[in-house]
Design a protein around this ligand. Structure first.
Ligand code: 0A1
Ligand code: ZN
Length: 870
């Protein structure tokens, strides 16, 4: 299904400018679903009305379906139509209707157990569940599958009572009963009109962790997290996160939950993280299940973040949805910003910001600088699934954050209040959001709108000059926005830059922080009364998602890494110092490694800093981030330079690492910011001890691995061992496998640990693991745990003989026949071929050409590969 021949007919793109309101509205839909894994029968009854809105499309009623779908009957106003009265064209069911309002009924059979794409209705570990965003509903029944058609849903589900004792759908349960012959039924009604991408139903043998929440206005909401019985003990963290999210959205945005029931279901096979279906969120089980034995601190944090994200969508996404898929960032950018702020409020704001910027730089900056670059509101696509990107999500969140910075917390809240008030119950656009921000604040965001239209990461050149005689400092700021595919010329973007100056002699702030919005290509700012040499602290808190180049010396950066009062800026100064040093070394120039060693020592031994921050600040930038700083990447040169600095840090600071390792040891599991920070720093210290080559490290690591009372410490030790060649490595990997072989989520970690190992033979090991009996391409988590993780391991993936590329291309082609969405997500690492030295570049390109020449490729993979080659 969904295949096309790449050579015969390249598919036509969908364009944003072609948007027209729908020809028909569907105010209500009744579904009657007879569920079984082999064959499910779906009878749909739609009330349809011709859309009188200006500009609306005309013509017949067009209901989207999927390839191969044919209704067994079509009825209009109670009369069965002859076969000649309807037709299927390009997977749409077309019906000519004489009047302005009709009732249309269709009847269709689908097979959930044959659905390997995991879109529409599918089977996962004995459950039947749905995924409809973006265009999965059309695989369940014929319907105008577009987000601006909002309907009230009533869903009757009938299924075998033993196999599927629990039947869930959106909204409220309005009836249930026996259906005879061992079957039972349940009927759900959702009073809120919604687009079909928010439809969900689940049938299975599930048990609930139940709780309740009383809203601000005193309404009681029943909460349920539904899992297999054995997993029930692992749901308390997600439940706590859900209740905290509900309270936070009331406090920070004044938004209350609006139904009597809120259910979450965890499933093992899921293409993304989770889905915000109205009143019935469906989650990839990795974002629900946690206990100290099986989940790391990072897993716990991610669970809270994703639970919050999906919950927040109830307002930013569901009550106000998107008019069309080009507006995806309207809900996703805003909701990511909301979940980031929620997590910042729950734990360490500074560490959260560091993590979010790391993600942006690792995933979004490369996208923005490569062949797949697109604005946060794209202008065209072939397959919308390919646009669930770091640009739409994470850069989208940064764009919202900049408005928050420029308007202030209160101004921003006035804007969101107006946005929700104006657009509640409708399908809105990014423009509606910006206009609400403007109108609520009397602000002019005309130029700021360029952030929605232009792709590419702006670069800011900041030069600070001090004139001792006049006690002035002159800051020159210049921005450029690079060309991206289809956008050769750019206009300057308004960038809010938080700026402060510190005195190099006094070590104190001499110009307090201010926000300067750089709106033009270049500007100059004059500071007066600056009588000592100033040090520039800029883009504090990462106030704008840009690359800043400065004329700061290693001494300036070392100074800021020790004295800046903005923790993010402190982290950033250290990173910049490390990057400058490593890039100099890679280019064969003068590298000031001693300055890095001194700065790391200072941070490591600063009693005022908490462990979580130290654990972030002393880490070297990743090999891929270093690659991103170079015009042409030679992964071997990057590895050599980074390894050498890492070893030197290990050796010269060995006593400090030993002291840190010892000081962070006594740590019984507790999920608190302090305990988390200690665990993090403990494993970071172990890693540096390993780098210094101390002979006792494998034994230390194995002891940590065996003695751990939590997965963070266990996996931290395993990760260090996995990079090395010791016998302890094999002991630990085998023990880990034996202990967790029946826990799919932990087994994923076993695959990943080996796929990201910094060893010469990682590519071989990964090819071997792809033949392991526990490996499968049918489960997206497992596929990503090996192939996705490997493709992110710069040195191993870029093995000079090209076998990493061949392997990933083989996996893409194999996965494409099962699950095109997941397959397409493996393309971007190969798509970066232009960034690498000529030999590797040619090998990567050859694999892309091999893929695109393969007949029967999905639209998903075709789009990513052809754009990568263009
Ligand atoms: N809206 C979801 C993301 C999502 C998108 C597509 C999916 O289909 C496989 C699933 C989930 C979110 O932002 O959480
Ligand atoms: Zn989302």
């Amino acid at each position: 299904m969904d295949q096309h021949s790449a050579i015969a007919t390249p598919p036509a793109p969908i364009l944003r400018r072609d948007y027209r309101p729908p020809a028909w509205r569907v105010p209500t839909i009744h579904l009657d679903v007879d569920l079984a894994a082999a064959e499910t029968r779906v009878r749909a009854r739609l009330e349809v009305e011709r859309n009188a809105a200006e500009g609306a499309l005309g013509g017949p009623l067009a209901l989207d379906g999927a390839p191969g779908m044919v209704p067994s009957s079509v009825t209009v106003d109670g009369h069965v139509l002859d076969e000649g009265a309807w037709r299927i064209v390009d997977d749409q069911l077309l019906i000519d209707l004489p009047g302005a309002a009709h009732v249309v009924e269709t009847d269709i059979a689908i097979s959930p157990e044959k659905n390997t794409q995991l879109m529409g209705l599918y089977a996962s570990g004995g459950l039947l569940c749905t995924q409809c965003e973006a265009e999965g509903f059309r695989r369940i029944t014929f319907f105008p599958d577009r987000p601006d058609v909002l309907s009230r849903y009533t869903v009757k589900m009938t299924a075998d009572r033993t196999l599927y004792p629990v039947l869930l759908a959106n909204g409220d349960l309005v009836g249930e009963g026996d259906a005879g012959e061992g079957r039972h039924w349940a009927e759900w009604h959702d009073p809120f009109p919604k687009p079909c991408y928010l439809f969900a139903m689940v049938a299975g043998d599930l048990k609930a962790n139940r709780d309740s929440f009383t809203t601000l206005s005193g309404r009681a909401v029943q909460l349920g997290i539904w899992v297999r019985e054995a997993d029930l003990p692992k749901t308390d963290h997600a439940m706590a996160a859900l209740k905290a999210s509900m309270a936070w959205d009331e406090q920070v945005y004044g938004r209350e939950y609006d139904l009597g029931i809120f259910n979450i279901v965890a499933v093992a096979d899921f293409n993304f993280g989770a889905m915000e279906n109205k009143g019935l969120n469906i989650f990839n089980s990795r974002y629900i299940l946690a206990d100290p034995e099986t989940a790391t601190d990072a897993d716990y944090d991610a669970i809270a973040g994703v639970v919050a994200h999906e919950y927040f969508h109830n307002w930013s996404g569901n009550r106000v949805t998107c008019r069309d898929w080009f507006q995806l960032s309207l809900k996703e950018g805003f909701t990511v910003f909301r979940d980031q702020e929620f997590s910042a409020d729950q734990g360490s704001r500074a560490v959260k910001r560091i993590e979010d910027v790391r993600v942006l730089r690792a995933a979004q900056f490369p996208e923005d600088g490569g062949p797949l670059a697109h604005p946060i509101r794209p202008d065209s696509y072939l397959e919308i699934s390919n646009f669930y990107t770091a640009t739409i999500y994470n850069k989208g969140a940064e764009v919202i954050r900049m408005m928050h910075t420029m308007l202030g917390a209160e101004g921003f809240r006035r804007g969101t209040d107006l946005y929700f008030e104006r657009n509640d119950g409708t399908a809105a656009t990014c423009e509606d959001f910006v206009r609400a921000m403007e109108d609520a604040n009397g602000a002019d965001l005309t130029d700021f709108r360029r952030w929605y239209a232009q792709a590419g990461t702006p670069r800011v050149r900041a030069t600070l000059e001090h004139e001792a005689g006049t006690a002035t400092a002159r800051l020159t700021l210049a921005q450029t926005v690079p060309a991206t595919p289809g956008q050769p010329d750019k206009l300057p973007m308004p960038l809010p830059l938080r700026i402060a100056l510190f005195g190099a002699d006094s070590g104190t702030p001499i110009v307090a922080e201010r926000v300067h919005v750089l709106g033009d290509e270049a500007t100059e700012i004059l500071f007066e009364g600056v009588d000592e040499p100033p040090v520039l602290s800029i883009n504090r808190g990462f106030s704008a998602p840009v690359i800043v180049e400065t004329n700061r010396s290693a001494a300036d950066l070392a100074f800021l890494s020790a004295h800046d009062d903005d923790p993010f800026a402190r982290f950033e100064a250290m990173q910049q110092l490390m990057v400058d040093t490593l890039v100099a070394a890679i280019n064969g120039g003068q590298a000031d490694e001693a300055a890095v060693v001194a700065a790391v020592r200072e941070t490591l031994t600063d009693p005022a800093l908490d462990a979580a921050f130290i654990g972030e600040a002393v880490l070297l930038p990743s090999e891929s981030f270093l690659g991103d700083q170079l015009p042409v990447v030679d992964p071997s040169a990057v590895r050599r330079a980074r390894d050498s600095l890492r070893k030197r840090l290990g050796r010269e600071l060995e006593p400090e690492w030993r002291a840190t390792y010892a000081a962070t040891a006594a740590n019984r599991f507790e999920y608190t910011p302090t305990a988390k920070g200690l665990r993090r720093l403990h494993s970071v210290a172990l890693g540096y001890l390993d780098a210094c080559g101390a002979a006792d490290v494998p034994a230390l690591a194995l002891a940590q691995f065996e003695g751990a009372d939590n997965m963070t410490d266990r996996q931290g030790a395993l990760g260090v061992l996995a990079n090395g060649l010791s016998g302890e490595r094999e002991t630990a990997l085998a023990a880990f496998y034996d202990r967790y072989r029946n826990d799919a989520l932990v087994l994923d970690k076993w695959f990943t640990t080996q796929a990201i190992a910094m060893r010469e033979d990682t590519a071989d090991a990964v090819e071997r693991l792809a033949r392991h009996p526990d490996f499968t391409l049918a489960n997206p988590n497992r596929m990503r745990s090996l192939v996705g993780a490997f493709a992110a391991n710069q040195y191993a993936f870029h093995a000079a003989d090209g076998r990493g590329y061949r392997f990933v291309a083989d996996m893409i082609l194999a996965a494409d026949t099962l699950n095109p969405q997941s397959a397409a997500r493996l393309v971007p690492p190969l798509g970066r071929w232009r960034r690498f030295e000529p030999a590797r570049s040619a090998l990567m390109k050859a694999q892309l050409e091999r893929i695109v020449a393969t007949p029967g490729l999905s639209k998903d993979v075709f789009e990513q590969v052809s754009r990568s080659l263009a």
